[in-house]
Every structure is written in structure tokens, then in C-alpha cells.
Design a protein around this ligand. Structure first.
Ligand code: DQA
Length: 145
């Protein structure tokens, strides 16, 4: 049994800290990944942290994750609200998935209230900022124990 988690951030999340800080905060992607790694380390897991702006690359990573990871933390960014293909790929590893959003998507535009990922997620964490990644890792640790 692998002790690795995939922590996947989708499009535009490489600009965290610069992009709309009034919505997404001042933490950078490096801060998010450091928090996820520390949370994983604290529960005896490792976090393989990745970000891409390319949907096909994310899908390829999910295919490759099958048999290699015990769980997935994903912030799908805008793909949350648009991508059947990403949702289809997320089930391929057959491990628990936790969907994370820095902002509270339900307090924002109505198009952000729709998620293709939520129906296949074990949990959804929205509006907790960078803490959401830590909560997701801790919850996954419980689920896979
Ligand atoms: C986001 C929310 C999405 O609606 C948006 O497209 C993002 C970031 C969040 O973390 O709050 O890119 O996933």
C-alpha cells in the first residue's frame, strides 16, 4: 500500500498571491504545497504536489496515479465548473478524492455553484483558504487508515 497522496492544483493556481488576493489571499502556490507536505508528513504520508494549466497534462497525471497514490487532494480551479473529462479521469485511480477551493464558491457567481467533481468526491472543502489543503490531507489520512 502506497503512502503517497497526489495534491493537484489546476489552472491559474500558479498565480496565487498575485491573483485577486482579496478572494484567494496572499499565500503563494509554494505556501500551499509546503502546507500540504507538512500536513502529510505529520500523519506519516508523503504529498506529491503538482500544478498545471493544461487539462490534458492533469488527465495524464491522473492516469499515471493509478496504483501509485492512496488518495487525491484536488483544487480543479475553473475546470471544476466545466470539465467532464477531468471528472472522468479522477475516478481512474480508484482512491478517495477531496475537492478543495480556497474561496467559498457558494458565496460567488452562480456558475461556480456547479461542480463536476463534487459527485465523485469524498468531501468538499470550500472557503477555508490554505487551511483547506491541510484539512483535506488529514481527512484523507483517516479515510485510508
Ligand atoms: C477556486 C474557485 C474556482 O471557481 C476558480 O475558478 C479558481 C479557484 C478556488 O480555489 O477558490 O480558479 O477553485
Amino acid at each position: 500500500m502506497t503512502s503517497s497522496l497526489l495534491v493537484l492544483n489546476g489552472p491559474n493556481l500558479n498565480t496565487l498571491g498575485l491573483r485577486q488576493p482579496e478572494i484567494y489571499g496572499h499565500d503563494t502556490l509554494a505556501d500551499v504545497e509546503a502546507r500540504a507536505r507538512a500536513a502529510a508528513d505529520a500523519v506519516g504520508l508523503t504529498a506529491d504536489c503538482r500544478q498545471t494549466n493544461h487539462e490534458g497534462e492533469a488527465i495524464d497525471w491522473l492516469h499515471a496515479a493509478r496504483g501509485q497514490v492512496a488518495g487525491i487532494v484536488i483544487n480543479p480551479g475553473g475546470w471544476t465548473h466545466t470539465s467532464v473529462a477531468l471528472a472522468d479521469a479522477l475516478v481512474i485511480p480508484e482512491v478517495p478524492i477531496i475537492e478543495v477551493h480556497l474561496s467559498n464558491v457558494y458565496a460567488r457567481e452562480s456558475f461556480r455553484h456547479v461542480s463536476y467533481v463534487s459527485p465523485i468526491a469524498a468531501a468538499v472543502i470550500s472557503g477555508c483558504g490554505i487551511d483547506g489543503y491541510e484539512f483535506a490531507v488529514r481527512r484523507l489520512a483517516r479515510l485510508i487508515a
